[in-house]
Design a protein around this ligand. Structure first.
Ligand code: FES
Length: 165
């Protein structure tokens, strides 16, 4: 059993769960950080259980930071079976809980995963995006918008792109 934060991250990324595009997803949320240049995208597939809408499965892609990959992997496992309301109530600290408290320098990595989840939930609900949408030539174009050409977003899926502060 690993104890240090670094060891827990290393364990989580050694065999990341639910990593990759989800071709039949119902909603997609993407966030990017202009500061570190990383991005996290989360796909959600919903189903009905006992008359309630639940997250059947979640998957992610993260380009860059190992902590974001570790948190996203843990988050996709945590989200399976959660109702939309339950998922909305989860913050970065809940999603990264198995790793223990995130170091101050890594707080935004967990917030990126939370942001991707929130944007996917907003997209599913038809709500306005939670932040500014980067246009062509915007500061994140090189790392975020350029990636859309190979993003795996299919017709019928809902997509949100939000730049985190
Ligand atoms: Fe940017 Fe971790 S350093 S998401």
């Amino acid at each position: 059993m690993s104890d240090s934060f670094e060891e827990k991250v290393r364990d989580a990324i050694a065999n990341p769960k639910n990593m990759g595009e989800m071709s039949d997803a119902d909603a997609v949320g993407t966030v990017g950080s202009a500061d570190c240049g990383d991005m996290v995208r989360m796909w959600l597939k919903f189903s009905e259980k006992d008359g309630r809408k639940v997250i059947d499965r979640a998957s992610f892609q993260s380009f860059g930071c190992q902590t974001a990959i570790a948190v996203a992997s843990l988050a996709t496992e945590l989200l399976a079976g959660k109702t939309v309301e339950e998922a909305r109530s989860l913050g970065a600290g809940d999603l990264s809980e198995p790793l223990g408290p995130l170091p101050p320098m890594k707080m935004h990595c967990g917030q990126m995963v939370e942001g991707a989840l929130r944007e996917a939930l907003r997209a599913e609900a038809g709500e306005p995006a939670g932040g500014a949408i980067e246009g062509p030539g915007g500061p994140a174009a090189a790392t975020l918008l350029d990636s859309l050409a190979t993003s795996g977003v299919s017709a019928g899926q809902k997509l949100r792109i939000v730049k985190l502060d």
